[in-house]
Design a protein around this ligand. Structure first.
Ligand code: DBV
Length: 257
């Protein structure tokens, strides 16, 4: 099986891709970090299929972009473009366990029923104040600022609690002009504020002891296992691309620790 090297300077471009500006912002923000390719198997770089009915089929594409840096084990974006059915950017930064950093997570999902938006710096161990407090002290004011501009997204599964922070920004917005306006004026700057704080924390982070690294790695594995098991995109990806491809994609690309 051939492997392509995905370079951050060469993001996948999709015609009419709604969330592309967010990925462009992220790629741009990562530029100063000396990004290197992260290997992604060819079959996952871009997968094209058809969905809809026999009489009225339409194309669906899932594309992957990835890179790594000295302090990030894996940075990856999953971009789903399914025309009138769905448009998704799921973006995760997985830090190296050598550094005491949370995950950066963004889930920007557009469905016929509306936009569903999640943004967070997620802890590897929520019960470890050395890991969480320095992040939350700086993240909470950013969260408070943007949260008041957005409707609350509603309840989250109880079992997900250990995996997100008190600054979990979570909203649902209507399709159309009103939603577009809020995405441009609130969601995009919020995304960039979270990302810029994350990059600041990254530049300040220093390598931890081997013992600390083991602790962080264990937490990262719990988080990654949870995300892979509960991936809310599983149903959609399975419909679009089949079960075999989807399971391999979830376990060997999206959540590959
Ligand atoms: N979510 C992923 C990946 C996706 C993806 C890898 C490749 O983790 C998309 C795509 N999320 C996606 C889709 C839906 C959601 C929903 C397609 C809609 C599912 C559907 O309605 O059919 C945040 N995302 C959700 C939900 C939550 C999150 C809470 C609603 C789940 C539900 O209603 O059951 N995802 C969740 C989260 C982060 C995240 C906390 C971290 C920032 O990425």
């Amino acid at each position: 099986m051939s492997t392509s090297r995905v370079l951050s300077t060469d993001p996948v471009r999709l015609a009419g891709w709604t969330w592309q500006p967010f990925l462009d912002d992220a790629v741009q923000a990562l530029q100063p970090l000396n990004v290197e390719p992260y290997p992604v198997d060819n079959q996952f770089l871009q997968r094209d299929d058809q969905t809809g009915s026999k009489a009225n089929p339409f194309p669906v594409t899932t594309a992957t972009w990835a890179c790594q840096t000295q302090k990030y084990r894996q940075v990856r974006a999953a971009c789903v473009n399914a025309g009138r059915a769905a448009s998704v950017l799921n973006f995760v930064i997985n830090p190296s366990s050598q550094f005491d950093l949370p995950f950066f997570g963004g889930d920007l999902v557009t469905l016929p029923s509306g936009h569903l938006l999640a943004l967070d710096l997620q802890p590897a161990d929520k019960n470890d104040p050395d890991h969480t407090q320095p992040v939350w002290d700086r993240l909470m004011p950013i969260f408070e600022r943007w949260r008041q501009e957005l409707p609350d997204g509603g309840p989250i599964p109880e079992e997900a609690q250990p995996y997100f922070s008190p600054a979990f920004l979570w909203t649902r917005l209507p399709l159309g002009e009103e939603g577009d306006q809020i995405i441009a004026s609130i969601v995009r700057p919020a995304f960039n504020d979270y990302l810029n704080l994350y990059l600041e924390l990254t530049s300040e982070a220093e390598a931890v002891s081997a013992e600390r690294q083991q602790h962080l790695l264990a937490g990262q594995r719990r988080y990654t296992t949870y995300r892979a098991e509960k991936d809310p995109a599983r149903g959609m990806l399975t419909r679009f691309h089949g079960g075999e491809w989807t399971e391999a994609y979830i376990h060997s690309v999206l959540f590959d620790l």
